[in-house]
Design a protein around this ligand. Sequence first.
Ligand code: 3H9
Length: 719
Amino acid sequence: MTNELKGKVNYSVNGNIAILEVDNPPVNPLSSGVRAGLAEYIVKANEDDAIEGIILTGAGRSFIAGADISEFGQKSDGPDLHTTLKDIEFSKKPVLAAINGTALGGGLETALVCNYRMGTNKAIVGLPEVNLGLLPGAGGTQRLPRLIGPSQALKMMIAGTPMSAKKALQQGIIDAISENSLMEDAIAFLQEKIGSSEHPKVRDKNEKVLEARGDENVLAEAKALAAKTRRGQFAPGQIIACVEAAINEDDFDVGMKKESEYFLECLMNPQREAMIHIFFGERAASKISDIPKDTPLLPINSAGIVGSGTMGGGIAMNFANAGIPVLVLDQDEKNLERGMGVIEKNYQMMVDRGRMSQEQKDMVMGLITPTLTYDDLANIDIAVEAVYENLDLKQEIFKKLDTITKEHAILASNTSGLDIDAIAASTSRPGKVVGTHFFSPANVMRLLEVVRGKDSSDETMATVMSLGKKMGKAAVVSLNAPGFIGNRMLAGYTYQANMLLLEGALPNQVDSALESFGMSMGPFRMMDLVGLDLGWRARKLAKMETPLANKISDALCEQDRFGQKTSKGFYNYSEGSRAPNPAPENEAIYKEISEQNKIERREISDQEIVDRCILALVNEGARILEEGVAQRSGDMDIVYINGYGFPIWRGGPMFYANQQGLSEVINKMKDFSALDENFWKPAPMLKWLAEESGTFGEAPAPEERAELLSFRNTNMGGV
Ligand code: 3H9
């Protein structure tokens, strides 16, 4: 293979069988060199008279993780994938895919052009392209429906969730599971088939697609599923169109041609770029730029959670799901009982919905042990404190944990805003103290802000990031600064929503505009869900004057309109329902408060609503970047998508700003500054990037930022 090509294929011979092993660590994507290797060796094996069968497998832990995602939108060398797969499909000698690990996307599509498929019991197969704004474009939309039926195939491709070998065998995606040596079993399997005059090809299996022809439900159900689970996304509709072709076209190759056309449309769609940004962004976020990759990890074989409330219970479930035994501590027996009951109920719900087997539920429940005694935490490797937000209480708990737990144990706080350094100061091991800010419900939400205190050690940080990955979280590092990343950005967003209300918009209009933009929930629905009374009570307690932006919500609280908990807030709610109904009785309050504050109410466009709320996120994000609180702009995108319902297909607020162009973002802020000059002052980093490079992608590394901004202050007359 030539050197410039990425990845390779190893060729070896075992008797009459050629073995093609994809070798492109760490996950074997179909990069240029892999395609070239497959193309070359499939011909070689076919031309060698001594070879009677071919096995295709992967080196390391993966079979093939799909097309090389980094090649999308780039010029790529090497043969094209379709031609290579056709050569495999029309091989004169039978080909068996020996699936040694993950066969995803183009990886499963490669297996589907083989005559036979065998997996280890740990193998995983799936077509997750939809998560990247794509469709399975190497025949997956045509072959999978032929194997498992269009209805199942659509579910699998729209969900994009991989399945186990066991399930793949049940569904008929693979032909056999190897319980021992995959290669020995694969060779034995293929030897048996070598004598046959015909070897099956998935493209010829038409029975299941013909059965679905004329059945309108198949596509209608898929459309309903896509609308419910993938609102605003382009790729699911394209997947459905491909399967429609698989069902209705008599000629397999016509379906393939359509798949290629629809794939290209996905490739050109901006959603694809946004979603691939998130794929790589999540992996980038998991790395801490100044911590060496080979930093030793501390062992995490047991955990203890302090607090059995909603958060504590959810966090405990994360540990159990990751296979780590966890103690849940509460000093109140009733609370503990209630907390364990909630955990059990959550798991039962998963069993009822078919997301977990009873056996799995028993296993995870068996890993969670309630306790009323701190001494039981003596041998844990990590403690996560999840009690209510009170510094004195948290310091007291950390002091106790510090004396009880072993020296190596990490002590983490789930605080959503308190000072981690102040908490760490109550212990004798500040290096082992860290913030783990989970989002509610913690067993569902993927975001985990890992808060780095001034003394948090490299080992502690690396261990907690690795633990986050084990739990399937999108872990992002934040410095210990007020509001960390997510809530700090949120403050400007909700401020703008509240100001829009004072200026003439109604909650419903603001929410609809932002939900049409793609947010999973508008700000007023969100405030009603969280409870308007929290801020109101805090302000009263602090004897604080209500800031202008909060005047309306405080006035609603004075009328016992706390949000969903009292069935009325910005909206009205019927008994037992979370569906918001307009509350026309509030409009007099809005008008009165606008009038009292001399704000003239006016018609506000949906575009202005979206721009003001989203650009508020962007400007604060730029400040966060400037201060080094977040490592990179992409980290804030990961935070917003996984914790705040920002649409993945827009790539997060900072990526959205890049796509708008930072100069355009600044122009809009200039327009808004007539409304509020102070709020709309562009962050220096934003101004600098708009002038220098135009995107956040070019933001300088944290260590260069201070220098750069001081340079601008002295040389450019300040920013
Ligand atoms: C496709 O196949 C389209 C076709 O239908 C049509 C074509 C015409 N390419 O996740 P990890 C990198 S679309 C390039 O941390 P894990 C990843 O960035 C593709 N690079 O490991 C990371 O790099 P770094 C459909 C890839 O063990 C490193 O590998 N396939 C690719 O936690 C390790 O990754 C998918 O969507 C790739 N395809 O999880 C599958 N995959 O070390 C995408 C990974 O520099 N991949 N990398 O940060 C995954 O879901 C997970 O990576 C996998 C392993 C489960 C495989």
